[in-house]
Write a protein that binds this ligand. Structure first.
Ligand code: G3P
Length: 283
């Protein structure tokens, strides 16, 4: 069986799911998962089910324990660990958290939000460790990510959240398409990771577009595994007339100072608040 055009990650907060998904892929295709993404909400969900309320120190220790377990299941894969940030968190604070988390496991990729402070921290971090820019919803955020990480010494991922755009009636997959288009004549230093996947069509279209990576929640992963991890047919069409198109912006080009791109997106702000709230509600 040929490898797919995209690397496949699992999106979750439970090492048991990581194990099951990786075994299922190995049994069917002969190779394990390529990686794992986590976020504060997913980790908190797992901890609430298992432990209820915790102290802040214990919650962080649990996050570390969970990603260590995931790392031991897929030692050859990449494991995304997110920094905690709200709208007031400084770049310096995020960078400090990133350095600490990067010591947890040898295969960490540290997630920063696509905000001004998040990207400022990410630019510095890209010289020290693999990173993943999360809560991405627009082509101009992607241009800023590309520019701030030019000269990176480690792998850089960018995570457009397709499902959350679909949720507000916009065609999220078009952001993936637009970012791939924007990066087409670039130097290839940023890998596009399709995230916030809600259904099989997201997977099939991301494969067709050759998104570098797709991260998939366990339930959707199982549906896809039931179909033997199928590829899109030659005549596959991602047709979503019920979703508003997100057209490519020819005026948003690479090559400018990262700070000149518009980073504002309602869903980035909203996502930042809810990640933070879900995490702090643990203690
Ligand atoms: O890992 C982040 C991402 O995939 C979030 O997905 O379903 O909360 O929009 P979702």
């Amino acid at each position: 069986m040929n490898r797919l055009p995209s690397k496949i990650f699992i999106d979750g907060g439970s090492p048991t799911e990581t194990k099951e998904a990786s075994e299922r892929r190995s049994v069917t295709l002969g190779f394990p998962l390529d990686g794992q993404t986590t976020n504060p909400t997913l980790i908190a969900r797992n901890l609430v089910e298992k432990s209820g309320k915790l102290t802040e120190k214990d919650a962080l220790a649990e996050y570390k324990r969970i990603v260590r377990e995931m790392s031991s299941v897929i030692p050859g894969g990449s494991i995304s660990i997110q920094v905690f940030a709200d709208e007031k968190t400084s770049a310096g604070d995020m960078l400090e958290q990133a350095r600490e988390r990067n010591k947890w496991i040898p295969n960490a990729s540290i997630k920063f939000p696509a905000t001004h402070e998040g990207l400022k921290a990410a630019g510095k971090a890209s010289l020290e460790m693999p990173i993943n820019i999360t809560l991405v919803f627009s082509q101009s955020q992607a241009a800023a990510v590309y520019e701030i990480t030019r000269g990176a010494k480690y792998p850089i991922f960018i995570s457009p959240f397709v499902g959350r755009l679909d949720d507000i009636g916009e065609n999220g997959m078009e952001v993936v398409k637009n970012i791939l288009n924007l990066y087409e004549n670039g130097d290839g230093h940023v890998e596009v990771l399709t995230a916030s996947v809600r259904n099989l069509d997201h997977i099939l279209y991301a494969l067709l577009l050759k998104s570098d990576i797709i991260t998939i929640p366990f339930k959707i992963f199982q549906l896809w595994a039931d179909e033997n991890f199928r590829n899109p047919a030659d005549d596959y069409l991602y047709n979503k007339p019920e979703l508003r198109p997100i057209p490519y912006r020819a005026d948003v080009k690479l090559g400018r100072d990262w700070q000149t791109y518009d980073l504002q997106h309602m869903l980035t702000d909203r996502g930042l608040v809810s990640f933070y709230k879900d995490w702090t509600s643990l203690f």
